[in-house]
Design a protein around this ligand. Sequence first.
Ligand code: ADP
Ligand code: MG
Length: 260
Amino acid sequence: MSATTTSSLLELRQVTKQFGATTVLQPTDLQVRRGEVVCVIGPSGSGKSTLLRCVNFIAPPSTGSIVFDGAEYTPPTDHRWVPALGLPEERRLTRLRSEIGMVFQQFNVFPHLTVRENVAIGCRKTCGLGRKEAAERALAELTKVGMAEKVDAYPEQLSGGQKQRVAIARALALDPKLMLFDEATSALDPELVNGILAIMRELAEAGMTMMVVTHEMRFAMEVADRVIFMDRGCIVEEGTPEQFKDPQHERTRTFLRSIN
Ligand code: ADP
Ligand code: MG
């Protein structure tokens, strides 16, 4: 292993993703240090979600590998491979996924569970907590995101912003080492966006390692340690927010102009 590997929590090594004959992620190398906040920007369809989904193997990379917290993960090579429970490889991936929290644009909360149950269920299934401990952990996480008073509500009684708070609490309850946010504020009414961004900012300031796909350039410029611009399945440009004030690539300039 190279010397840089040890300081990285996450490393992508020549990761690609194909769907059929189409390559949506070109060979990609990326390292994310512990505590680093990386914001990923780029046009619709450029591969941002695919990049995040390869990191936690929701969509396994087609080729290349992921090194996370010192362990390497490679795509399944056996085409008959089925994610059957009990396979050692699948057990490793289950652990990988449990160490990486993910928050989606569309909240993904369970409609038939209360707010508290939405958070507690992961603590029981993934962390093996008992019912009471899981309920306590859930309340603690929900309190941190300002949802203590809604623990018995059902998702349909919540605003989008409140649902997203539940989704964030649910991810954090598993004590992840890395948090992935995929356009977490894109489906929210404008007046609810800042509340979610404030939670994400606090998390960043508390030292969480984060990869954040976002169109919120102000958030990216203020919170990111590093910004990545993707286009057509490639990382076209990366640098500090300061460097993104004067992008090197014409495609980056065009994109930034288009969203301002
Ligand atoms: P972004 O998040 O930047 O909008 P995505 O990663 O969602 O982009 O998509 C990148 C490209 O991959 C798009 O052209 C999209 O249509 C394609 N794609 C994404 N998921 C699938 C899939 N499951 N099957 C086929 N094509 C897909
Ligand atoms: Mg996307």
